[in-house]
Design a protein around this ligand. Structure first.
Ligand code: RTP
Length: 147
């Protein structure tokens, strides 16, 4: 089953949006398969964003990601990579539609509260980077108990 990596960035954590963000993915029907709060080192943030190393905003982006704890998550479900990006909204919150996470809760691109993998392959790389210990492979057994 498809999985994606979602990270609530330091501003999302500090603004108390963790529950709201998790709620949106749960309400959609996706399964939470991994979750941890971590403050990452500069070298780790640089590795996560290595594809953007040549961009002028890269140093500021790395400073932002290491400025406080982030919530790292693995979400699972059919089409979760693309649908997750739709739930999150456009990179620049000024262009994110209302109803998306960034459209509802962010204003500027430099503080856009959440990251989501942009493809199945990058999701695989990011999950391996952020969860080298692996994630539990639980399957729902609640369906027959919930009416
Ligand atoms: P993310 O990786 O965080 O989900 O964001 P994304 O794919 O929507 O956007 P990407 O182009 O990969 O950029 C990664 C993050 O860099 C910051 N950014 N700042 N012009 C700027 O100042 C600028 N452009 C991008 C944002 O935090 C963006 O999410």
């Amino acid at each position: 089953m498809e999985q994606t990596f979602i990270m609530i960035k330091p501003d999302g954590v500090q603004r108390g949006l963790v529950g709201e963000i998790i709620k949106r993915f749960e309400n959609k029907g996706f399964y939470l398969k991994g979750l941890k709060m971590v403050t990452v080192e500069r070298s780790f943030a640089e590795k996560h964003y290595e594809d953007l190393a040549a961009k002028p905003f890269f140093p500021g982006l790395v400073d932002y990601i290491i400025s406080g704890p982030v919530v790292a998550m693995v979400w699972e479900g059919k089409g979760v990579v693309l649908t997750g990006r739709k739930i999150i909204g456009a990179t620049n919150p000024a262009e994110s539609a209302p109803g998306t996470i960034r459209g509802d809760y962010a204003i500027v691109v430099g503080r856009n509260i959440i990251h989501g993998s942009d493809a199945v392959e990058s999701a695989r790389k990011e999950i391996a980077l952020w969860f080298p210990e692996g994630i539990s492979g639980w399957q729902s057994s609640a369906h027959s108990w919930i009416y």
